[in-house]
Design a protein around this ligand. Structure first.
Ligand code: GLU
Length: 290
């Protein structure tokens, strides 16, 4: 039997904090429980926010934590041509359409619609307003001819016509047992698959790379659980296998907020500088095993 393949996939747009360490350690714990291999993938598609010095710091923090990642590390910024080819496959089937709308134009179209209908506009699972479909209703040639920056959106209705439900993924447990989790990709609306400033998106590249690396078990935070609905749909549309998923609980600060760089969660490097050791950190995160 081939060994399960796990991956930890941080974005080098800042330093790692305790929440990232927990995610990496959960990958390690579950890979160990299931006899799996453990890969590190650097998700640096956002070349405006990701920096080599952050990647170096991440690798340093992970080495300090002592997690046994395999030596070969994939960097998504080196794979744009692969993502472009996959987007082209979707585009050729009429599943993506060009969208030139700015945020302000989208907000104005939604405000106008809400004023006209009196119905609050629906939001996606992350709380963002769903795209109102302005450019879907226009001829692609006309949108492209404007010469404005273009994003490519998934035509959700067409996608679901090609890949009708019911959709689901398998959640795996430490014992190896799985549970079927029904999904509803339509709640993401016409999601952006190729961003304006980058020839891919998180959703496209994560799905392409999990398949390309033979990842069988995805371990990540619950903040990405809803995105799995979209990932499973993209896997169906692209003919890619679906890994099993495990979305772990998110660490919270004293105020009950999810740990986040933006909310000032202390970087691991600061904990290191205060003399905290990897075993202190493991003991804090897994008190029941120590
Ligand atoms: N790169 C993503 C992040 O740092 C994680 C992607 C994933 O695990 O699917 O939030």
């Amino acid at each position: 039997m081939t060994r399960p393949v796990f991956r930890f996939a941080p974005s080098p747009n800042g330093r790692l904090h305790l929440g990232h360490a927990f995610s990496a350690l959960e990958n390690e714990r579950l890979a160990r429980a299931l006899g799996g291999r453990l890969l590190l993938r650097i998700e640096d598609i956002d070349t405006t926010r990701c920096r080599p010095e952050h990647e170096a710091a991440i690798r340093d923090d992970l080495a300090w934590l002592g997690i046994p990642f395999e030596a070969e590390v994939w960097r998504q910024s080196e794979r744009f041509a692969v993502y472009e080819a996959e987007a082209e496959r979707l585009r050729a089937r009429g599943l993506l359409y060009p969208c030139a709308c700015t945020r302000a134009e989208i907000a104005a179209a939604i405000a106008e619609r809400e004023a006209r209908t009196g119905v609050p506009h629906p939001r996606d699972p992350d709380g963002a307003l769903l795209y109102p479909g302005t450019c879907r209703a226009r001829a692609s040639s006309e949108v492209l001819a404007e010469g404005r920056p273009i994003a490519w959106r998934l035509d959700m209705a067409r996608a679901l016509a090609e890949a009708p439900g019911p959709h689901a993924y398998l959640r795996f447990h430490e014992t190896g047992a799985t549970t079927r989790v029904p999904t509803d990709p339509a709640r993401w609306g016409d999601a952006v698959i190729v961003r304006k400033e980058i020839p891919t998106s998180y959703h496209l590249s994560v799905v392409v790379d999990d398949a390309a690396q033979g990842v069988t078990h995805v371990v990540r935070g619950r903040d990405l659980e809803a995105a799995t609905d979209l990932h499973v749909l993209l896997q169906r549309l692209l003919g890619l296998p679906s890994p099993l998923y495990h979305h772990h609980a998110l660490l919270r600060d004293e105020a009950g907020e999810k740990l986040a760089k933006s909310a000032g969660a202390p970087p691991l490097a600061d904990l290191r500088a205060r003399g905290i050791t990897p075993s202190d950190l493991r003991a804090r995160l897994y008190p029941e095993t120590t």
